[in-house]
Design a protein around this ligand. Structure first.
Ligand SMILES: *[C@@H]1O[C@H](CO)[C@@H](O)[C@H](O)[C@H]1NC(C)=O
Ligand SMILES: *[C@@H]1O[C@H](CO)[C@@H](O)[C@H](O)[C@H]1NC(C)=O
Ligand SMILES: *[C@@H]1O[C@H](CO)[C@@H](O)[C@H](O)[C@H]1NC(C)=O
Ligand SMILES: *[C@@H]1O[C@H](CO)[C@@H](O)[C@H](O)[C@H]1NC(C)=O
Ligand SMILES: *[C@@H]1O[C@H](CO)[C@@H](O)[C@H](O)[C@H]1NC(C)=O
Length: 295
């Protein structure tokens, strides 16, 4: 009997950790923010395809705003020559009036020239309008052939980025050191596919590769929409409750040895750019870097 219960608990823990919320329809959580030709909702809301062509691009955003919690989505990135495209899943605060003081937490898949090249994942964090905290890694799988999971755990204490439930980056609250931290603005979750021709794809010779419009339309697909442990802060009453909550019971509180081993492995094998190692930056090394590293 004991082992049966243990097994159930184990299965529950695994499910909690590694499977998306079942059966959630796109429209329950998100709404298209571009025309239906560039945001195609398929399978009764089980997937959404975002398209990019010369005329326009696809974006969708969550109905609600959230302050802390876990945010997850399945992404199948643009196949073939995707140079210049950016497939993104991100949280962003802001209304038109505070765009220069906005907060943002980003996953951006930067297109590649050939399917033989690895896909580069860029992550970044903006606080009060200031970003420039880019980290880029070469993914250890091809994200254009199947869905892979991109998740964020955001609490008052730390932000953890996950790829296929493997932690890849940590950004701690270093407000005590004077480093701004996003812990007051509710954010909306967004998925988008857009034209990053002027910067997204750079080859070994530092040449920028724009979108090849002859290959348009480009299509990225999203599925397994999961915001069930994100703290809904859509109304001011809800926002106050999320602030009290702090997100701690909606996210993993601390990193275990497995997580640290993953972070260290990723840092040594897959990182191709890290703002923390960029000696050309005027603020090198950024104050928070020492507290966010695993190598
Ligand atoms: C998922 O939704 C479909 C259609 O609404 C329903 O028939 C099915 O039973 C649901 N499955 C689960 C696991 O909830
Ligand atoms: C955000 O930055 C502006 C200056 O751009 C500053 O006036 C404001 O106090 C900052 N807000 C917070 C919450 O730090
Ligand atoms: C979030 O809260 C708003 C306002 O109470 C509500 O309308 C909405 O359905 C909630 N969203 C989810 C996904 O629960
Ligand atoms: C988290 O804690 C808050 C306040 O302590 C509580 O109201 C809320 O229900 C908890 N949420 C979860 C998902 O356990
Ligand atoms: C993450 O850790 C798990 C368990 O130790 C391991 O099986 C997996 O290969 C690691 N993944 C990466 C990308 O380092």
């Amino acid at each position: 009997m004991g082992s049966g219960i243990l097994m159930l608990l184990l299965i529950a823990a695994l499910l909690n950790q590694a499977t998306p919320q079942p059966n959630v329809s796109f429209g329950d959580l998100y709404t298209p923010m571009s025309d239906s030709a560039h945001t195609r909702v398929l399978g009764g809301g089980s997937t959404v395809e975002l398209l990019l062509d010369r005329a326009s691009s696809g974006t969708c955003g969550s109905w609600g705003t959230y302050l802390f919690g876990t945010f997850s989505i399945g992404v199948r990135a643009v196949p073939g020559n995707s140079a210049g495209t950016v497939t993104a899943f991100y949280l962003q605060s802001s209304t038109a009036s505070d765009i220069d003081q906005h907060d943002e937490i980003d996953f951006e898949l930067l297109g590649r020239i050939s399917p033989r090249d690895p896909y580069i994942l860029q992550t970044n964090i903006y606080v009060n309008g200031t970003g420039r905290r880019e980290q880029r890694m070469a993914l250890w799988f091809d994200p254009s052939t199947d869905y892979h999971y991109f998740s964020l755990q955001w609490s008052r204490d730390l932000i953890v980025f996950y790829v296929d439930y493997v932690p890849i980056r940590v950004f701690r609250n270093n407000a005590a050191l004077g480093v701004p931290y996003p812990d007051y603005n509710p954010m909306r979750a967004y998925a988008s596919l857009w034209d990053g021709s002027i910067w997204a794809t750079v080859d070994g010779n530092m040449r920028v590769h724009p979108v090849n419009w002859a290959d348009a339309p480009f299509v990225a697909s999203f599925a397994d929409f999961d915001l069930h442990t994100a703290c809904n802060a859509t109304t001011t009453t809800q926002q106050a409750a999320c602030e009290r909550d702090g997100g701690g019971n909606r996210t993993k509180q601390s990193l275990d040895l497995n997580d640290i081993s993953n972070l260290s492995n990723i840092h040594s094998r897959y990182i191709v750019y890290d703002y923390c190692s960029d000696t050309m930056r005027p603020d090198y090394p950024a104050i928070e870097c020492a507290n966010n590293r695993y190598d």
